[in-house]
Design a protein around this ligand. Structure first.
Ligand SMILES: [Fe+2]
Ligand SMILES: [Fe+2]
Length: 202
């Protein structure tokens, strides 16, 4: 009987120390790497840039929908979803490295555009801005010796290379087809094929 009590006590102690171990482990894993306040601020700003880009592309999508160019509208709709996915990735990263997440204000995007070429040119222009802004975070992270952030942002640098390349290609294409209804129809068909894939690059 005495032996049985000791065994129960021993098991209880084991359970207790296991619980504590798990809690302690989670605590140390969560905060072993921490970003500086400056990097956290830059990432928070980047989250807002990505969310703004999502709104901007949604507005472009709406413009094409209003012209019955549903394929091109689909392209920008998918582009918008990708930008939200980028914001989510940054949100999760900042959370993982113990940075305080502060959701910023998102400005209203333009909704009036001169024509289809104007939209594709603005999309390319915007991607270039985003690239610069990501480079700026990488530069700051490098200066601080924040290897976790530079490594995390490598995915975004590769993504921007793809984004700029495809945006620039579409500027060339829309210039070729915008004055030719048959060619524009085929271009619209081509862009209707795009589907959103989580974690995909452009
Ligand atoms: Fe993005
Ligand atoms: Fe983008």
């Amino acid at each position: 009987m005495k032996g049985g009590c000791i065994s129960v006590l021993f098991v209880l102690i084991l359970i207790k120390s296991f619980d504590f171990g798990v809690l302690f482990h989670n605590f140390t894993v969560k905060f072993i790497i921490m970003v500086s306040d400056k990097i956290a601020q830059l990432i928070n700003e980047q989250i807002a840039h990505e969310q703004y880009a999502a709104q901007y592309y949604l507005s472009m999508s709406a413009w094409f929908s209003s012209k019955d160019l549903d394929g091109i509208a689909n392209y920008f709709r998918v582009q918008s979803k990708e930008e939200l996915m980028h914001a989510d990735k940054m949100f999760d990263y900042l959370n993982d490295v113990g940075g305080q997440i502060i959701i910023g204000e998102i400005a209203k995007p333009p909704h009036e555009f001169a024509n289809a070429i104007d939209i594709f040119e603005k999309a390319l222009e915007h991607e270039k801005k985003v690239t610069k802004s990501i480079f700026n975070i990488v530069k700051n992270a490098n200066d601080e010796g924040d290897f976790a952030t530079t490594s995390f942002l490598q995915w975004f640098i590769n993504e921007q290379v793809e984004e700029e390349a495809s945006a620039s290609q579409y500027v060339t294409k829309i210039k070729m087809v915008s004055d030719n209804p048959s060619a524009l129809y085929l271009f619209d068909q081509e862009l209707s094929q795009r589907v959103f894939v989580a974690n995909a690059t452009a």
